[in-house]
Ligand binder design. Structure first.
Ligand code: ATP
Length: 205
């Protein structure tokens, strides 16, 4: 059994990370971009590890840490991930170290992760509990409309995202989800203010 990596609990308690989740198209990237633009020095976005090959223009340590399957599984063995999963034959995960490094710099780490990852973080045996925020679309109909007008996906991908959205929404409303706050992204300015207040309090306003 590989030794477990130590965790800097003090840093993670001084700067409690934020886990943001919500269906694809709920507006997470839009709201986070605004937040990072408004507070350029306050946050850090956790860079994930992956075993997939880098695409053109992607940089190690920027989009992802590109690692071998062997190194990835070694880190799994050392309990070095807050959450990890396999999609389309590749492994993806958020390492404890990336989250910790951000907290040690005095910044709040933001983790944008999907439902299964949220469950893993919430049930992690050693990682201190972060704060959980769920961003919800006003309705499935509005979500569908936004995914369509974003025009980044083919029909099949949109239908897949909508099916998964239903699962995520059911989980968020089930009572067994760890979310500390649910923000409904109807009016963008209003949703942004709610997210901002959840994350940094009333400071700066
Ligand atoms: N309140 C809003 N009103 C209208 N349109 C919105 C609102 N919030 C976001 N949008 C639009 O909805 C689309 C989806 O938003 P965005 O890409 O931020 O979602 P996401 O949750 O980050 O999705 P993914 O998980 O797929 O990255 C975008 O085209 C965005 O401009």
């Amino acid at each position: 059994m590989a030794p477990t990596a130590p965790i800097d609990i003090a840093a993670l308690k001084a700067n409690v990370p934020i886990v943001i989740s919500g269906p694809s198209g709920a507006g997470k990237s839009t709201i986070l971009k605004r937040l990072f633009d408004e507070f350029p020095d306050k946050f850090g976005f956790s860079v994930s590890h992956t075993t997939r090959q880098p695409r053109a223009g992607e940089e190690h340590g920027r989009e992802y840490y590109f690692v071998t399957k062997e190194d990835f599984l070694d880190l799994v063995d050392k309990k070095g991930f807050v959450e990890h999963a396999q999609f389309g034959g590749n492994h993806y995960g958020t390492s404890i170290k990336t989250v910790e490094d951000i907290a040690e710099k005095g910044r709040i780490c933001i983790l944008d992760i999907e439902m299964e990852g949220v469950k893993q973080v919430a049930n992690h045996p050693t990682f201190p509990r972060p704060r959980f925020l769920f961003l919800s679309p006003p309705s499935m109909a509005v979500l569908e409309q936004r995914l369509r007008s974003r025009a980044t996906d083919k029909e099949e991908a949109i239908l897949k995202r909508l099916n998964q959205a239903k699962v995520e929404m059911d989980f968020a409303n089930s009572g067994s989800a760890p979310h500390d706050k649910i923000v409904v992204n109807d009016d963008l300015d209003k949703a942004y203010q709610e997210v901002r207040e959840f994350i940094i309090g009333k400071e700066g306003s």
